[in-house]
Each structure stands twice: as structure tokens, then as C-alpha cells.
Design a protein around this ligand. Structure first.
Ligand SMILES: Nc1ncnc2c1ncn2[C@@H]1O[C@H](COP(=O)(O)OP(=O)(O)OP(=O)(O)O)[C@@H](O)[C@H]1O
Ligand code: SF4
Ligand SMILES: [Mg+2]
Length: 324
């Protein structure tokens, strides 16, 4: 396995109390595989990714348990300098907001080129040529002319392509894309997602795709891990999830996707709000919002039950859900 996260715990200590953002997350990605991590706002998707990348805000964040194996090494035990080297060569990240992730006062060619100057010790001229090549690779029209332009001179979709180019520059084994298309409109979203999927296949990278939109990842993901209140509540091959979810929360997310064949119908929304992470409900954290909740759900924490060899659900009633 390229990346394996085992029982990761992350807390934030703030003046108001301790927010338990990640509460025992385990997931893995192989080379050439795409894992979609799905869940509502605040479910711990980004914090998990930040811990994996070594860019977690510490303090206030604190990793209180677990391991992160990347190419067989526990990266949580590496020194900061080794971690820095790993970012870029080993794993790279793509963020939602390209405009704030890119440097506004450097041309995109200089930013892309810098990767090669710093990490590959290339001459400025060669680095510039590499930058154009990368911009071509992510299909920015007129790359040779646009290499001197600044980030704000590009459209949102093009900027996101530049972010992808930056992430690809050193040909990492793993890319983590955190809501890479959320800020874009729907057609551009699909184009950027297709490009990312294409490059992932070509470079045979592992890809973790963080999103709150199940609709976006259907065509590109191999597996889906659904997060709720800092835990994986369902983990399965993408087709299994679409065929029939084994967790009521996944079912709720699926039912809230707008469907073209149901125009005009009111969209389903999961009732209630995500829990306060300083005061997570006992038993199954989802019970206050769950249409299937029973007494046992209020007291007993559901383990990740094995639904099949490739599939797990943290619901006491996964059987009923799967066949319901
Ligand atoms: N810098 C921070 N300081 C304090 N608490 C934080 C910080 N970053 C994250 N948290 C806590 O961790 C929780 C999970 O955050 P995270 O960013 O992982 O959510 P997410 O699933 O990525 O949501 P979104 O879809 O909104 O991006 C937050 O709700 C917040 O309580
Ligand atoms: S364990 Fe109970 S409350 Fe939790 S998802 Fe399953 S049925 Fe709902
Ligand atoms: Mg996030």
C-alpha cells in the first residue's frame, strides 16, 4: 500500500475546549488508485489530510494517536526536514482556493519554474521550458505566451489547472486534492476533474480526492470513505455505495444529490446539523439525525463492521440499511 493511515486521532485545544476533529481514522490508497473522502463540512476530511501531509496547524492542533505509513515509513516520526522533502517528491496537495495558494506577485511560469530550480537545480531557462511543458500538460491554451502571466490573469478553472501543474511538477507518488473543484462552476468542475483523473492514470499516482459532493466523484473514484464527526462511517468500492449504501448517513448523502430525472422534486436533506466536536453525542455520533436510530445507538459506539471483504460500515443496523 502506498499510503496507510492507521487509527489517527487529532484534537484542537482552544480557549473554549478540546475539539475532537479526527477520532480514529484508518484509510489507505494504492498507487494508481483514487480514494474519495466524503463528508459534510467539519467532518475532519481536511484535518486528516493535513496530518498526512505534515502541514497541520500545531498548535492548536495535536496528533494524539495513530500512524501514517507512506511507502512503508511512519512519516509522523520523520524530522521536519525529511517531511519537507517528502512534500513535493513524495506527496503533493491541491487546494480549493488556487488564488490564495499561488503567489500573487510571481508569474505562473516563475512559480512553476522555481520548483525545478530549487528541487532539480535546473537553470532558469530550462526551468522555464519545463513550466511551459507542464502548462501544456494541464491544457492551458497558449502556454508559451501565458507563462509570463500572473495568477489573477487566469480564470478560476485555469488557475486550478496551474495548481495541478504545481502538484505534478516533481512527479509525486501521491496527490491529495482538497475540494479541488468546489469553487468552480459545474462544467468547468467536470473538465478539471477529468483532467485530474487522466493525469492520475497516466502517472500511476495514488489520489485522495476530498469532497462533500458525491456526484462529482462517481466517475473518477475507485473507493469511497465517508466521514462523520472525525470517523470513517462507511468505506467501500464506489459501485457498492451507489448500488446500496450500508450506512444511513451515506444513504442521506446519496439522496441529497440532485438528479436530472427528478427535476422539480424537492431535494432530500439530512435533518439537523453536524455535531459539536467539543461534545460529540455518545454511542453512534449520528444518532440524533438518523432515521433508523434505536436505543442501542444512543449508548453503544458502533465498530466498523465488516460488510464484505472490501467494505465496512460503522452502523449497528448496516444489514437493514443495505437491504432497506
Ligand atoms: N486551525 C484550527 N483550529 C481549531 N479548530 C480547527 C482548526 N482546523 C480545524 N479545526 C476543527 O476541526 C474540525 C474539522 O475540520 P476540517 O477542516 O477537517 O473539516 P472538513 O471535513 O474538511 O470540512 P469542510 O468541508 O468545511 O472543508 C473543524 O470543524 C474544527 O472544529
Ligand atoms: S448505529 Fe444507529 S444511529 Fe448510527 S447510523 Fe446506524 S442506525 Fe443510525
Ligand atoms: Mg475541508
Amino acid at each position: 500500500m502506498l499510503l496507510e493511515v492507521r487509527d489517527l486521532h487529532v484534537e484542537f485545544r482552544t480557549r473554549d475546549g478540546v475539539a475532537k476533529a479526527v477520532n480514529g481514522v484508518s484509510y489507505g490508497v494504492d498507487a494508481g488508485e483514487t480514494l474519495a473522502v466524503l463528508g459534510e463540512s467539519g467532518s475532519g476530511k481536511s484535518v486528516t489530510a493535513q496530518a498526512v501531509m505534515g502541514i497541520l496547524d500545531m498548535p492548536p492542533g495535536r496528533i494524539t494517536g495513530g500512524e501514517v505509513f507512506f511507502q512503508g515509513k511512519d512519516v509522523l516520526k520523520l524530522k521536519e526536514e525529511e517531511r519537507r522533502r517528502l512534500r513535493g517528491y513524495g506527496m503533493a496537495m491541491i487546494f480549493q482556493d488556487a488564488l490564495s495558494a499561488l503567489n500573487p506577485v510571481l508569474s505562473v511560469g516563475d512559480q512553476l519554474g522555481e520548483m525545478f530550480v530549487v528541487h532539480r537545480r535546473m537553470s532558469k531557462k530550462d526551468a522555464r521550458a519545463k513550466a511551459v511543458e507542464l502548462m501544456d500538460r494541464v491544457r492551458i491554451p497558449g502556454a508559451a505566451e501565458r507563462v509570463r502571466d500572473y495568477p489573477h490573469q487566469f480564470s478560476g478553472g485555469m488557475r486550478q489547472r496551474i495548481m495541478i501543474a504545481m502538484a505534478l511538477a516533481l512527479e509525486p507518488a501521491l496527490i491529495i486534492a482538497d475540494e479541488p473543484t468546489t469553487a468552480l462552476d459545474v462544467t468547468v468542475q467536470a473538465q478539471v476533474m477529468d483532467l485530474l483523473a487522466e493525469l492520475q492514470r497516466e502517472y500511476h499516482m495514488g489520489l485522495i480526492l476530498i469532497t462533500h459532493d458525491l456526484g462529482v466523484v462517481a466517475d473518477v473514484a475507485d473507493r469511497i470513505a465517508v466521514m462523520y464527526a472525525g470517523k470513517i462511517v462507511e468505506s467501500a468500492p464506489v459501485h457498492d455505495i451507489y448500488k446500496s449504501p450500508a450506512h444511513p448517513y451515506t444513504r442521506g448523502l446519496l439522496d441529497s444529490i440532485p438528479r436530472l430525472d427528478q427535476k422539480g422534486q424537492e431535494l432530500y436533506a439530512i435533518k439537523g446539523l453536524p455535531p459539536n466536536l467539543m461534545n460529540i453525542p455518545p454511542g453512534c455520533a449520528f444518532h440524533p439525525r438518523c432515521p433508523m436510530a434505536q436505543d442501542v445507538c444512543r449508548t453503544d459506539v458502533p465498530p466498523l463492521y465488516e460488510v464484505s471483504e472490501e467494505r465496512g460500515s460503522a452502523c449497528h443496523f448496516w444489514r437493514e440499511c443495505l437491504h432497506g
